[in-house]
Design a protein around this ligand. Sequence first.
Ligand code: CA
Length: 617
Amino acid sequence: MHIRKVMVLLLAVLGLIFATWIAAGQQARRVDDLALRNAGRTGEEWLTYGLTPGETRYSPLKQIDTTNVTRLGLAWSYDVGTGGGNQEATPLFWNGTLYGITNWSIVFAVDARTGKERWRWDPEVNQVTVRPKICCGIVNRGLAIYQGKIIAPVIDGRLEALDAETGKPIWEARVAYPQDNYTITMAPRMAKGKVIIGVSGAEFPVRGFFAAYDAHTGQLAWRFYTIPGDPSKPFENPALKKAAETWSGEWWKLGGGGTVWDGMAYDPEADLIYLGTGNGGPWPEQLRQSKGKDNLFVCSILAVKPDNGELKWYYQPVPGDSWDYDSVQGFILADLTINGRQRKVLMQANKDGFYYVLDRLTGAFISAQPFALVTWAKGIDPETGRPIINPEAHYDQNKESIILAPGPGGAHNWSPMSFNPATGLVYIPTSTNSTSTFALDTNFTYKPGERNLGIIRGNRGTGLGVEPPPQPAPTHPSPPAVGPVPPEGQRGMLVAWDPVTQKERWRTPGGGGIGGGTVTSAGNLVFQVIPDGRFVAYNANKGEKLLEIQSGLRGGMGPPITYMLDGQQYVSFLGGLGTLPPPLPNAPPPPGTVPNGPTVPPKLLTFVLDGKAPLPH
Ligand code: CA
């Protein structure tokens, strides 16, 4: 063999290897199970709803820090549509592209360098037919990304896989029908090649469930009902047979409730999916003919196996719930040292006002303390993990009208909290003085296909044109409060909570349980979007405000994300209500909608150090 020939061949081979290496470097890493397991580890991308598998919304990025955060300015903005409600979605960032979802489940992809639209997909929801089935706003909270697909929930009960490059549909699955009173608002999550999604709508007569779909084909893998069905028919699984013992009467005829509309996390190490379930239907236990019974699995936290949907454990924060304390709020999974023991925990700031810490492998109760004003319960029994409910709180059994805290909006609702392992603190957007009058509707008659709350509830009104029903005067004094009592007039706070000691470290005014949200970073920062349109930053350890920008959107705000692109750290979020449709007769305005005045078309805003673009106004 000639030396020269060998050399030429060798150079050719090396060249080929080099070219392949370059091409691989340029090609985006596929979002597979390994990528999701490592999601958020570098902070470069934002690949899943809560950034990390533990849904911590903690970014290790620190280019933006306490010394330079004041230099943040707008880089660009993108008009997401005409609006029609809150922007509740957490955008995703992958491969130089931001993906988002807005009102009526319209999905879009935007070039993150320029803010120019790459594609847009409209599921063409039958708005006239679907709208009366939507309980709480024409909203969606997010997307999933997996193997080149954007997986989108559609508010009318569909699940859609779109090509991440083109926005063209790849498959469509029917999760549920709005004709059966179901809608979908939550962000799907991925677990071992399956898309997990739950349904909303427990103010209507529905039987709650969540389901898993094959990410490649859209085929249904399994479905888990959260409420036992008609006991004269076979139960779907042993867990539901057991759950049926906690009900009486003919509950299944009213649906039962227990929808799954927000909180979810998948721990690949434990190989468990965690989900939260909502209120029973109708709200008062009395009307579910189940006085004193737990009504599993309403207002519960469930852990199931992703392979088959088998229930591993459950914990029910509010047995027999009569107050709409949906236990669906977002989870944070973390490893904490509690009483000298290393614990793998699941944490939730519940609508009911208590901060729960559970062992996520077994479901064992560890601790719970009030992070906001609470009058429905005295506390949580440390041995059993069951609430010590004030007897007066059972307004339905007592036939009394009573003011209780929190109200159905909750002390913390869907607005995402975040956990910073450096400070050890959880940042909870909190409604500090949520209260409501509860009174049983003694004239309750079941209305098929409509809202069946079963209570006469006071409503503060939101100025959107619907006059709230008259608030019944309390016939019974409120029980004594536990938890921090807010100063007069104080409504929304960002609460920095130590989950190990179960104590508040600091609090600062602004925000609340519904709208906006937080992200925290290794730059010792907490970024918060406040429902009135403000974008603020605090130092994470002390809560001192370092930045405040009125975004100009003034309502309908979503949570912020942060990521790196071309060596620069960015912060992006959605906001703006746009044109609101006229209120429906006999339906309260959606919670958290900012009242009055002209609203700004909704936008995706992106901030960067020394950004100079003008803010919308
Ligand atoms: Ca509810």
